[in-house]
Design a protein around this ligand. Structure first.
Ligand code: AMP
Ligand code: ZN
Length: 134
């Protein structure tokens, strides 16, 4: 979708702090975080809202699995986090490219967690750079 900000992030045309990606989804930090940890998990395919996901499409369970994995990696699985999808204007949806929010970290450990995410992102970039050179 030409005018979709999340499609542009996925295509690398708009910068974002990407924390995870695979064949189906890209996850990046929310630009206006509602909490110290605020990550968006976005399907690569442009699907406007949850209402548009076909029945039996595996994307939703994949998004949930990725959220769980990220939560474990950054150490919020045990303390806890919120995982939700806003649907349409009445549900608070502002960007019409399906995405799930992973929100956590209002506790004392959040600064450490944020630092750990930045470190992980920097590490991934370094590895990608080294791989592209070899
Ligand atoms: P929603 O209200 O569920 O549509 O959430 C949209 C989210 O996208 C909001 O939390 C915004 O802060 C976030 N957002 C908007 N533009 C960007 C961007 N360029 N990079 C990262 N997050 C963004
Ligand atoms: Zn899009």
């Amino acid at each position: 979708m030409a005018d979709c900000i999340f499609c542009k992030i996925i295509e690398g045309k708009v910068p974002a702090k990407i924390v995870y990606q695979d064949d189906l989804v890209v996850a990046f930090e929310d630009a206006n975080p509602a909490a110290p940890i605020h990550i968006l998990i976005v399907p690569r395919k442009h699907i406007p809202t949850l209402n548009d996901v076909p029945e039996n499409d595996p994307i939703l369970s994949h998004i949930a699995t990725v959220a769980k994995k990220i939560a474990e990696n950054i150490g919020v699985a045990q303390p806890g986090y919120r995982f939700f999808i806003n649907v349409n204007k009445g549900g608070g949806q502002v960007i019409f490219h399906l995405h799930a929010h992973l929100v956590s970290g209002k506790d004392i450990g959040s600064k450490f967690i944020k630092g750990a995410i930045s470190l992980a992102v920097a590490w991934r970039k370094l590895v990608a750079k080294l791989q592209s050179k070899s």
